[in-house]
Every structure is written in C-alpha cells, then in structure tokens.
Write a protein of this length. Sequence first.
Length: 152
Amino acid sequence: MKKAITFFLIACCLLPLAGCSKDQVLGRYNEVLQAAGEATLTGSGDLEGERSFGADSYVGSYAADYEGFSGEEVLFGGTALEREGGDELSVSCKIESDAGTVRLVFQSGAEEPEILCDTAGMYTGTIQLPAASNYIIVEMENFTGSLDLTIE
C-alpha cells in the first residue's frame, strides 16, 4: 500500500511536466527557486529603512538611519540557476558611523561571506552571481549611523 501511495504522489508531481522540453523543465525549476529565494529577504515592514526594488529582488536601493541597532537585514538577492538580468551586479554603498559596528556583505551559497564595506566608508564595485543563493546582507552590532546602498 505504501508503495502505491508513493508511486501515485510521484506520478502527480511528474504529470505537469509531461510533454515539456528540458528547457521548460529547467525554466519551471528556476521559477520555483526564485520564489523560495525571495522568501529569505527581510520583509519591507521589518526593515529599519526604505527599500525599493528594481527589475527584480537583486537590484534596487536602500537608505536607512540606525540608532543602536543590532542584528542583520537581508536586503537584496535570491536563488536562481540563471538570473534574467545577467550575472553581474554593480554595487555602490556609503556608510556613516557614529557608534557600533556595521558591515555590508555578499553571501553566495556556502562560500565565506565577502565583506564589501564596513564601519565607515564607501564601496563601489561589481560582483559576479554564480548559480546559487546570492544575498546582500547588512550586519550590525549596536550601530548608530546611516547606510545608503544602490545595486544595479
């Protein structure tokens, strides 16, 4: 009986893919990954500042003033096999710090986070997006100051 139920469930999952080409199957899989990846982002109502997205959840702008904030905000990114907007992002960041610590990081898959900008300073550069989960995250410890971020 368990085998019959398992077979039935597998058949139900595969039935919508019948008659689909390999590219169509990969396209649907990529759409599912992107939807799941967007769920990782910090919700707009939970952010300290104002975020506006561009063409997708990987690009946009964010501006915030913090007062003694500790925690992290997952600002931009997602999960995709292939991003429609390409695999290169241009990042511009300005941090003004009065107290505490802050760092803007790029997290890709299981790789070590890459620090783009920290404490007080500016960063302008490009990052490459591999086929993985890719996120721009700001991490703070008792941070008072401001952050302006643009990703194109």
